[in-house]
Structures are given as structure tokens and as C-alpha cells.
Design a protein around this ligand. Structure first.
Ligand code: GUN
Ligand code: FE
Length: 461
């Protein structure tokens, strides 16, 4: 039994320094000179600001020498949440961005996903994507895999072993005229979904859960969508899909589902929208559709790199927020070419600025708002904000130790002696801005998920 805190829980670690996170009221809150205690289950058991190390150590029964004290340019921020990523598409990231969505799927994506029937290939790519995203600070990922149950279970196993929190989806598609070799029969898709959920829940992985994954309305028939809606409701599990990414796709959905009032109505009618649903893209939703998102509690994963890379569209995040719809950020690898949430932050700001160029009245997103989207916003979008997203007693310690001035890193701190930037909160606001504009994984020196340090990698994982 380790030492115990004032709450009577056994303590694993105490971290001391600056913590930067979002709350519902403050998009960036800086807690300086703060101690955070984490128990053996990875939960935060106390947060104490402005106290003396010796006194806190005595109070919580922790040896002051065992406290991990952060350095001058270091701070902790919450781990980032990638609310939409295709693990299987990691194998062609960045190499195929010259076609619009529907052609892109037929030409590049389906042939690659079909390769994931092979467990050896799947194991290699899934290990790479989990490690790469974790290394880039993604402590929670919401993954699409492929139609193959066995290798999708392998992705779940790898995420759990390497130590990444994840929602993992076996892709469902019983319609694919463009690439008929890559689809299931309706019965097969239903049977395999049941099997996938039962088997994954049966593993009891602490970090990984199943998510129901109709690819998107054009690749699913109405009976399959209805079955998936019922299955999600009966098992109270998450749902993910794509919506309103590109104009041709929106028109196609209108043709395929003539009885539905809108793209959103397709998912609503089939029982797929709930507070546990996350839909990627949503570039072309009407106000009425956004109202349905608000009412059902469904959320949006904004994927700006992908939206620009495939020339799909530009989501107006401020408009989504005005409708009080939950929203997070996604990389959408491989429609997006970067497996990094720092890139998603950057692209979200760029897209918002492009919208301001088109319409100067557009409310440009601030860096604070985008920080919240990548952390707390993502946790809300996945309805995991009772467990992760910021630093609060009772939540998991999913955190990144950031050093903006790491040796041989991408950032030079030029104004250290400028008295203006020495005002405390400016230092940390500037540190965040540096990280978002030119930082990369070299600045993420350690990654923690549920209190376990998972980066630098333990080579046995
Ligand atoms: N819509 C349906 N499938 C996909 C996919 O794999 N990527 C993207 N970006 N959009 C999709
Ligand atoms: Fe996608």
C-alpha cells in the first residue's frame, strides 16, 4: 500500500507546477504553483494551488522528494481527444489527396481498407497509428477500423496494451456500388456487429469501448441503419458516422433516401442520434438540422485538415457553438494528412480565418476556444467529460507534459526577458500559442493516460 492522501486513497504520483486547461466557464485557465495528486487507478484525488511543497507532502502523506516538479518552460495540459480518425487509413496518409470525397473513397480508400482482412498487415498498421497518435498527444481516439471484425478487435487490443483510451468501431456497410468487393451483406453486417460488441465488451479492457459505426448513409441500407440504431439504444453504446461532408454526397443522400427531409433526418429516423453520437464534418447542415443535433445531444467532430485536403467544405464552428451543439476536433486520417491534434488545432484556426476573409463579420475562433475544442470539447463530444477533458478531482489523469523550450526543438523563446511577457498568465498564454503555431511532438515530452506514463514508450508495449 502506498502513502495515502487526505481523502484516504492510496497515492501513486504527485505533480507540481503549472497546469493549463479549460473549464466550462474559462476556455483557458492557468493554475500556477499547483500540486495534483493521482491515485493508483489513475484518478485525480486532489488539486492544491499556492501551497508549500513540504506542507502538502506532510498533509497528504507523500514524500516531498517523490514529487515530480516541473521545469521553467514546462506545463501540463489535458491529453487531446481525436474525435474522428480512421486507423486503417493510416497506411496511405498524405499520399492521396487529389480527388473529391466519393471518387477518393472508390479509388484509394476501399482498396486499402480491403487489405485489413490480413491480421499481419492490420497488426503492423494499427500498432503504428496508435503509437504515432499517442506520441502526438492523442490520449483518446475515436477510431473507425474496417468491416473486418477480427482485425478491428486487434486494434482494440493494441490500443489497450499500448495505453491509449479509445472508442473502436467495426465499419458497417451493406451497399457499395463503386467497389463491390468491399461490403457486407445486410445479415452479415448485423451479425458481425453483434459479435464485435459482445467480444469487445467481454475483454473488459479498461480504456477501450466499442462504438457502432455505420460508415455513412450512402453505404448503408435502411434495414441496416435501423438495426444499428436499435443495437446502440439497447446496449447504451456510442455511435459514429459521417454527415454533410461534401455537396455531391449531400445530393446523393437526398436521392437514396427520398422520404427523409434532410441528411440529419436519415440518422434521426433510424434512431442513430443520441448524446452518445458523434458525426464527422457537418459542413452543410441547415439551422433546422443543427437544432436536431442540439435536441438529441448528438455532437460534431470538426475535421479541418480533411475538409480542406479533399476540398470538401469549411465548417463554421462559431455557428455550431451558437446552436449549443457539442463539438470536438478530428484529424480524419487519411482524408486529413496529419495524425496530430496540434495540426487539427492549427487547421481549425486557419479555416476560421478563411471564413473571416470571405465574410469579415464572421466571428473568428480564438486560440483559447480551439484549445478547448481539442481537449474538453472533444471529451464532451464523446460524452466522456465525466471521465476526462480537464483537470478535476475524480477525473482520470490523462495529461501531456509540454516543454516549449525543449533542446533541439522547433520553438525558440525570443522574448524571455521582456517584462511585458513576464506577467505570469502571458507567459503561459504565449507558451500555448507557440505550441499551437510551431510546436510538435518534440514538445510533448511525456504523455499520461489514466495516470500511467505511456510516452516515452516502454518498448515492451
Ligand atoms: N465518408 C464515408 N467514408 C469516409 C471516409 O473514410 N473518410 C471521409 N473523410 N469521409 C467519409
Ligand atoms: Fe472520416
Amino acid at each position: 500500500m502506498g502513502p495515502s492522501s487526505d481523502t484516504g486513497t492510496s497515492l501513486k504520483s504527485v505533480f507540481w507546477g503549472t497546469f493549463v486547461h479549460s473549464t466550462c466557464n474559462e476556455a483557458v485557465q492557468v493554475l500556477e504553483d499547483t500540486a495534483v495528486g493521482v491515485d493508483h487507478e489513475g484518478k485525480i484525488v486532489f488539486i492544491k494551488t499556492g501551497e508549500d511543497v513540504q506542507r502538502v507532502s506532510q498533509e497528504v502523506g507523500f514524500n516531498a522528494a517523490d514529487v515530480k516538479q516541473l521545469g521553467k518552460h514546462e506545463f501540463f495540459m489535458p491529453g487531446m481527444v481525436d474525435a474522428h480518425i480512421h486507423a486503417s487509413q493510416y497506411s496511405f496518409t498524405g499520399t492521396a489527396l487529389d480527388l473529391p470525397l466519393l471518387e477518393w473513397l472508390n479509388t484509394y480508400t476501399f482498396p486499402v481498407e480491403a487489405q485489413f482482412e490480413d491480421p499481419e498487415f492490420a497488426k503492423k498498421i494499427y500498432s503504428q497509428v496508435v503509437r504515432r497518435t499517442l506520441r502526438n498527444g492523442t490520449t483518446t481516439a475515436c477510431y473507425f477500423a474496417t468491416i473486418y471484425t477480427e482485425t478491428t478487435l486487434l486494434l482494440a487490443e493494441i490500443a489497450d496494451r499500448v495505453g491509449q483510451r479509445a472508442l473502436v468501431g467495426k465499419v458497417c456497410m451493406d451497399r457499395n456500388d463503386g467497389a463491390s468487393y468491399y461490403k457486407e451483406s445486410t445479415e452479415e453486417s448485423m451479425r458481425e456487429t453483434d459479435k464485435f460488441i459482445t467480444q469487445l465488451l467481454g475483454k473488459g479492457y479498461p480504456l477501450v469501448s466499442p462504438i457502432i459505426t455505420p460508415r455513412f448513409a450512402p453505404s448503408c441500407t435502411s434495414p441496416l441503419l435501423e438495426f444499428l440504431g436499435k443495437t446502440a439504444k439497447n446496449n447504451d453504446i456510442h455511435v459514429q458516422s459521417h454527415i454533410s461532408e461534401n455537396r455531391d454526397e449531400v445530393n446523393l443522400v437526398q436521392q437514396l433516401f427520398p422520404d427523409c427531409k434532410s441528411y440529419t433526418d436519415v440518422y434521426l429516423k433510424h434512431g442513430l442520434l443520441s448524446r452518445k453520437t458523434v458525426m464527422a464534418h457537418a459542413c452543410y447542415l441547415s439551422d433546422k438540422e443543427l437544432e436536431i443535433f442540439h435536441k438529441t445531444g448528438a455532437s460534431i467532430a470538426h475535421c479541418p485538415n480533411s475538409n480542406i485536403s479533399l476540398c470538401s467544405g469549411m465548417l463554421d464552428v462559431s455557428r455550431v457553438m451558437k446552436h449549443k451543439v457539442k463539438i470536438g476536433l478530428g484529424t480524419d486520417v487519411a482524408g486529413g494528412y496529419a495524425p496530430s491534434m496540434l495540426d487539427a488545432i492549427r487547421r481549425a484556426i486557419d479555416t476560421s480565418k478563411a471564413l473571416t476573409i470571405l465574410d469579415p463579420k464572421h466571428q473568428t475562433l480564438t486560440f483559447q476556444e480551439v484549445f478547448r475544442l481539442a481537449t474538453l470539447g472533444g471529451s464532451q463530444a464523446l460524452s466522456l467529460d465525466d471521465q476526462i477533458g480537464n483537470f478535476a478531482v475524480g477525473k482520470n489523469f490523462d495529461a501531456l507534459l509540454v516543454n516549449v523550450s525543449v533542446p533541439d526543438g522547433p520553438i525558440d523563446i525570443c522574448n524571455e526577458e521582456d517584462p511585458k511577457v513576464r506577467v505570469q498568465s502571458y507567459i503561459w498564454f504565449d507558451a500555448l500559442k507557440h505550441l499551437f503555431s510551431s510546436g510538435d511532438d518534440r514538445n510533448i515530452v511525456e504523455v499520461y493516460v489514466a495516470g500511467r506514463r505511456v510516452v516515452p514508450f516502454d518498448n515492451t508495449s
